[in-house]
Design a protein around this ligand. Sequence first.
Ligand SMILES: [Mn+2]
Length: 324
Amino acid sequence: METLFNKLTEILSKYQRIIIMSHSNPDLDAIGSSMGLYRILVEMGKEAYIFLEKKDTKEYNSSVKQALERVRNIEYLYPSTYKEKLDQDTVLIILDVHQKERVEYPKLVDEAENVIVLDHHIKDNSYIKETELFYIDSTMSSMVELIAHYAKYYGVNLGILVSTVMLAGMEIDTNGFNLKTTEKTFETAAYLTSMGADSVLKQTLLKESKDEYLRRADFIKSSFIFHKNIAMCVLPIPNCAKESLAEVAEELLNFEYVEASFAIGQLSENEIGVSARSMGNIDVCEIMKKMGGGGHATNAACQIPDKTVKEVERMLKKILGEIL
Ligand SMILES: [Mn+2]
């Protein structure tokens, strides 16, 4: 990681101004890593900003809303205010996402002359191509993990509030330190705790509204078991977010006997998404590859154009029937 941090620091030294942006529907990993990076950049003496599409914090989910309201001393930019800050002395850093169509504000990617991408998701073909630095490590638990290491490398104290938001972000991305959790993940959690991350405040941030819970519970309720140990759920809503599919697949893995889980949903008018998770005995990457996707043995996904959810469900069941 040191090579990456050296390179990143070297690139950043060329710019006066830095705008941080993450994915649309940001979660605590996206916001926590943005806030952490913001603090590092300010410590470096940079003019830094976090870009948000919406000014009203109520437009974000309850956890992100709370984080935005509690953490002070951060400069934000919005679609109405970013233009004057964007010139050749500005670099845009994209965190926790690497596809243009999934960032908070795709137009900013087109307009920025200098772009850096840092992500921990599985690389997709539609990644942002014109960048000064593109770094992706899908073995990392969360975006927070990378940024916390950068803070450590740079010797920046992130403060109690930002450390807490970051720790909560790690918890979200690892489903409570269960998925994609390595020695490094716990090291990062320990580091954030040593900087004062507060576990009571973290729990408060992670609280969800009853409506959010019930919405998820409805999806889980409609799930079913296939071949004894496969849990499957077809989300009955149009335009569902990839994050929702991932959340449902992850949650299904918590149930007794479930070895692998799949959540299928309509991403857009002509695209169906599947998110797959496994305890480790069933290689879901192989299954997703057969459907045109990819990933890791325990965490994989695919997107399929021009099919219905029913057709995708049948396709998946057929593939599972052949290998199980
Ligand atoms: Mn993330």
